[in-house]
Structures are given as C-alpha cells and as structure tokens.
Design a protein around this ligand. Sequence first.
Ligand code: FES
Length: 205
Amino acid sequence: MTGLRPARTIGAVVRARLSDTTFAPFPVPTPRMQPSVRSGEAVHAAATPHQLAAVDAVVARLATLPGALLPILHAIQAELGFVPPESIDRIANGLNLSRAEVHGVITFYHDFRQAPPGRTVLKLCRAEACQAMGCERLEQRLRSVHGVAMGETTADGALTLEAVYCLGNCALSPSALVDGQLLGRVSEAHLDALVQNARMKGGSR
Ligand code: FES
C-alpha cells in the first residue's frame, strides 16, 4: 500500500496536524498495515449501540480541544481498541469537518485500527537496531509457525501482530510491545510462549 495519496487528503492531514498542539511530532510515515483478518475469520460487524455511544461521549468530551481530531481518535481507540468506521460521520459532524478529512487522518496513521484487534496485541519493532538483531527472523517465525503475518490477526482472534518503528529500547533489541508492556531481547522462545499465552486467554477483547 505504497501508492500516492490524493493531495487533498495529505493537505487535510497536514492542516489537522498543524492545529494540534497536544501531540509529539509526526511519526515517521510508514506504509499503513491494516490488521486484516485471516481467511475464515468474521469480517468486522457493524458497531454496536454501546460502541457508538462511547464514540459520541468521547466526541462530546473532547470536541472543544484545539486540534481535537487526534485526541478524539486516540481516546476512541483506547476505549474500544479500534476506531469503528461508523464513527467517521459522528466525528466529522462534531468537529465540523468533512468525512474525507477524518478518514484521511485515520488512514494516514498506521496506529489507528479500523477493525477490532485480537485479545492480545503484539507490536514488533522493525526499525534499524531491531533489524540488525533479528526482528525479521522473529516475524518469519510468527508467520511460519504461528500463522500470523504482519498486520494480521490469528484466525482464532487471539493475537494481532503489528509493526512499530523504534520503541526507544534499541539497546535491548529486538524489542516488542505486548499490550503496552515493553519487552527487550525478544527471542523465538519468548514469542512461542507469548502466542501460547494469548491463545489460552479466553473471552473477547
Ligand atoms: S530500533 Fe527497535 S527499539 Fe529502537
């Protein structure tokens, strides 16, 4: 997914970013990798009334912030684990933006998910230091042994694998983030145990 983005979308993103005073500088733009579901797994169903109510509450609470779009998207994802596609209209109405502007920001940042993640989210660092210490070997093991490729969720919904580009833990690379917990010197044995634990977790996220 490395195609050129429409100029209007990029302009909208830049305008939203420039008006945002609450967030750190732009992350390094990276190709967006959707947490696509594997074959056999249900495609994301429509948002539930509970999820839509949560979106509305977040918009009502944060709409008056300067550069409110990114805080709203972060808050929705923190609460629901993803940004439901149905929330685009509600956010656009609340902020007096176009749907395209909201959609453009969501799709620009690969951190925003548009489908629910697995019960465990594993972010594997793919930046230089971790590459030098074998992150590609770890990714290959996840793909070949555990059946989950970057940007995917296992068919049983246990684990979502996402890429991240430097966790500030280069001295202990290869590094990963598991449900927000930072791990260093990650080995293939660590990954095997991690996937096994994720599969033993019951319920939904
Ligand atoms: S390059 Fe992976 S933590 Fe910095």
